[in-house]
Ligand binder design. Structure first.
Ligand SMILES: [N-]=[N+]=N[C@]1([C@H](N)O)O[C@H](CO)[C@@H](O)[C@H](O)[C@H]1O
Length: 790
């Protein structure tokens, strides 16, 4: 497509779809017109992909996830269709700036963090590889809340990405499923019949996900909840206006908002209903499609692979058995075996509070038939494993982790270390019983969004040196390694980083009013706020560094800009305390004339996918400092390494594999290992001893306690300090000195630009393995048994 043709297509949509002429067009109008014009280019490969899948009678994979943290879609589609230059020229000719038009699109923030973003990266890779399948999720009216700060305190406001038409989706009024809740179960002609008391409609909205070079497109189908009867006219005529709309309000509540907890089982009834709503609608849709091609249910595991993204869709096991046994009349054990061979499950965390457990009483009320089926699943499991101490039903709860494991033929962890811990801790018993069921699939990220889209400077340089093949074969980045010896390449590499940093410094000044020196080290920690991710370790080191700089400002310090980004779950008090502390420390340090430009702390509000795309290419140092054994994988760590940021981190999650790939000499390692952490916790005085042994740590804690950062109010952080001095489960104190010393090694390395840039370029060259294409190929081979169709 030429720029002229695209320009014409945009103008046609502006007039015919938006009803606007160019003279009165707003950025929104042009963004929607371009979106529609680009979407037109997606339709043919989309239809062709579906046709090829049916023609090949191919097995399909269905990725069930409560979260898809998509971000913006326009730039991704433009890049995947190879239209970036074309779109630039077409819009220039119309008098609009492509960057500004792209930035007008609201993020689809239908996820909390890594788990949701991983699902989005996987969709891009499945389409790029030509893996036939679909994503299934919920079309939340309100995604993850908008974050703002008031006096440094996090404030949450509803996010409303759907306040404007969403240009990428197609409503599918014909794809509607009736989803029941509650009610009773009776035996009827030897079969159990569930009669739900309430019901809502699940209406499908499809978004095409186009792969690299537009050869294949899969579908993301998101379900929106709607009432069976939208409006109760009788109630209205009786003057009961609220009652008239009650049904609608009740129904829409199901898909109204995303629960904002990243690694914490919600436990609320509405959350369970959300999980069942999208899972049941998806299974009905999957079986309808399967039965439209095949009439023998025996073929289900050969033609359908269903991936459960954590335990959130775990009810899929009982629901599939209910459909096969109660509705299709298969024997229970047979239905259970078919379901198990169709389902596979990914565990994303070891945190006990994140392993979902639903009260049996709640399950009995909301899903009475499913609770009966879960009891029979446990019975069948114990009949085969009489010795096993494992239970699904225990302490009045339904354990969704055990249910998912028992109802899946494959279970995977998301990094080598994590998968090892899954086998030795949370599922140790089940691993002994089913030694071949757990496999590892280390996470990955899509290079289209996280390198090509986010870092055009670096991408141009790479393509110039090794050709464009790296975009869908990322391990080709290895061919850059010889170029690292070439001063010209290294100068260009450094220039691309410097350019990104200058852009970011301008953006920071714009959005926060803080002036930062682009030559300083950009030290970045962006992720959800959580104690195990240890943002408070980072800010304690920042305080100690500031105190040292103040004591000796002319000691030849390496100037640093500490950049934080991240949201806390609204109910997570400790995490919100950490956010306030970071903002309080920033306020004091940024105003300090003694340290001036030596140290700045920046915390832009409302961190999201689009902000990550701006921050990561401009980063020098990537903070991956979680307590070892707690971060299952991390995926930000991979994005940073690919974009030439060096990692300071613990041996946790995928940090271990990143260090193996980039080389220990190109990674700043500190802290205890997962085993050492467990051992250290045995000593109830571990934190007190660490504080006693570290004057710097003690000094930083004292600074907070004195009210240095809280206008003299020493009580503001009393709870946080009491926890660090009293319990410190996440071993902040025990790891502090190792972290501090490691940061000084980072300073020394950064003070030698040639050495630093060499390490950075080697990180880029050696991180190709962390492509989500590699991950998806692993799932296709080891879990789904599917081969690409392109
Ligand atoms: N839930 N959950 N788990 C996480 C993330 N918080 O979303 O999944 C991510 C995706 O697997 C992991 O990278 C991360 O370590 C893990 O904590």
């Amino acid at each position: 497509m030429t720029a002229q043709e695209l320009q014409k297509a945009v103008l046609r949509h502006l007039e015919l779809s938006l009803g606007k002429d160019l003279a009165h067009a707003t950025v929104y109008d042009i963004r929607m017109s371009l979106t529609l014009a680009v979407r037109d280019q997606v339709i043919a490969p989309w239809f062709e992909s579906t046709r090829k899948t049916y023609a090949a009678q191919s097995k399909r994979v269905y990725y069930l996830s409560m979260e898809f943290l998509i971000g913006r879609l326009l730039e991704d589609a433009v890049n995947n269709l190879g239209l970036k230059q074309t779109a630039q020229e077409a819009l220039d000719a119309l008098g609009f700036d492509l960057t500004q038009v792209i930035a007008d699109e609201p993020d689809a923030a239908l996820g909390n963090g890594g788990l949701g973003r991983l699902a989005a990266c996987f969709l891009d890779s499945m389409s790029t590889i030509g893996c036939p399948g679909m994503g299934y999720g919920i079309r939340y009216e309100h995604g993850l809340f908008r974050q703002s700060f008031h006096d440094g305190v996090q404030i949450e406001e509803p996010e409303d990405w759907l306040r404007q038409p969403h240009g990428w989706e197609f409503a599918r009024p014909e794809a509607v499923e009736r989803i029941g809740f509650g009610g009773t179960v009776e035996a009827h002609d030897g079969r159990m019949r569930w009669s739900p008391a309430d019901a809502v409609l699940a209406k499908a909205h499809d978004t095409p996900i186009i792969g690299w070079q537009g050869q294949w497109a899969n579908t993301l189908r998101l379900w929106g909840a709607e009432p069976i009867q939208a409006f109760d006219l009788e109630a209205f005529n009786r003057g009961d206006f609220v009652g008239a709309a009650e049904q609608e309000a009740f129904a829409r509540t199901i898909s109204r908002v995303l629960y904002p907890d990243d690694t914490n089982g919600e436990g609320k009834e509405l959350r369970l209903k959300q999980e069942y709503f999208f899972t049941a609608a998806s299974l009905r849709d999957i079986l309808r499609r399967f039965l439209s091609e095949h009439d023998d249910l025996e073929l289900l595991p050969q033609k359908v692979a269903i991936q459960l993204n954590d335990t959130h869709p775990a009810i899929a096991g009982p629901e599939l058995i209910r459909i096969l046994h109660d509705e299709h009349g298969l024997e229970f054990d047979h239905a259970m075996a078919l379901a198990r061979n169709t389902l596979s499950f990914t565990n994303h965390t070891l945190l006990p509070e994140a392993l979902e457990r639903w009260p049996q009483a709640l399950m009995a009320r909301v899903l009475p038939r499913h609770l009966q089926i879960i009891a029979r699943i446990e019975e069948a499991f114990l009949a085969a494993q009489p010795e096993s101490p494992v239970r699904i039903l225990e302490d009045g709860d339904v354990r969704m982790g055990e249910l998912s494991f028992i109802m899946a033929h494959r279970v995977n962890g998301v990094s080598a270390l994590h998968t090892g811990l899954v086998k030795s801790t949370v599922f140790a018993q089940l691993h002994r019983t089913f030694p071949d069921r757990i496999v590892n699939q280390t996470n990955g990220v899509t290079p289209r969004r996280w390198v090509l889209g986010a870092n055009p400077r670096l991408s141009a340089l790479i393509t110039d040196r090794i050709g464009p093949g790296w975009v869908d074969d990322l391990e080709q980045l290895g061919a850059l390694e010889p170029h690292v010896e070439d001063a010209g390449f290294m100068a260009d590499y450094a220039a691309s980083k410097a350019g990104n940093k200058a852009d970011l410094a301008a953006w920071i000044a714009d959005t926060t009013g803080i002036a930062v020196d682009p030559a300083a080290m950009f030290d970045v920690q962006i992720k959800r706020i959580h104690e195990y991710k240890r943002q408070h370790l980072n800010i304690l080191e920042t305080i100690a560094l500031w105190q040292d700089m103040r004591a000796n400002p002319r000691a030849g310090w390496v100037p640093r800009v500490k950049i934080f980004g991240g949201k806390a779950a609204p109910g997570y008090v400790r995490a919100k305390e950490i956010i306030r502390l970071i903002n309080d420390v920033a306020r004091v340090i940024n105003a300090d004339p003694v340290t001036g430009d030596l140290l700045k702390v920046v915390y832009p509000a409302n961190y999201n996918v689009s902000m990550a795309e701006k921050l990561i290419p401009a980063s020098d140092l990537s903070e991956q400092i979680s307590t070892a054994g707690k971060e299952a994988s991390g995926t930000g760590n991979m994005k940073f390494a690919l974009n030439g940021a060096l990692t300071i981190g613990t041996l946790d999650g995928a940090n271990v594999e990143i260090r193996e790939h980039v080389g220990a000499e190109n990674f700043f390692l500190f802290g205890m290992t997962a085993e050492e952490v467990v051992a250290r916790r045995e000593d109830p005085q571990h934190q007190a001893k660490a504080i006693a042994a570290s004057p710097r740590l003690a000094g930083a804690l004292k600074g907070i306690a004195d009210g240095t950062f809280s206008d003299g109010d020493g009580a503001r952080y009393a709870a946080l300090l009491a926890d660090l001095r009293g319990h410190d489960y996440f071993t902040i104190c025990a790891d502090f000195d190792s972290y501090w010393n490691c940061q000084r090694q980072v300073d020394a390395a950064f003070a030698d630009p040639a050495r630093w840039m060499r390490m950075a370029a080697l990180n880029t060259a050696r991180s190709g393995w962390f492509s989500s294409d590699r991950t998806i190929r692993g799932y296709m081979a080891d879990v789904w048994d599917i081969t690409p169709l392109i």
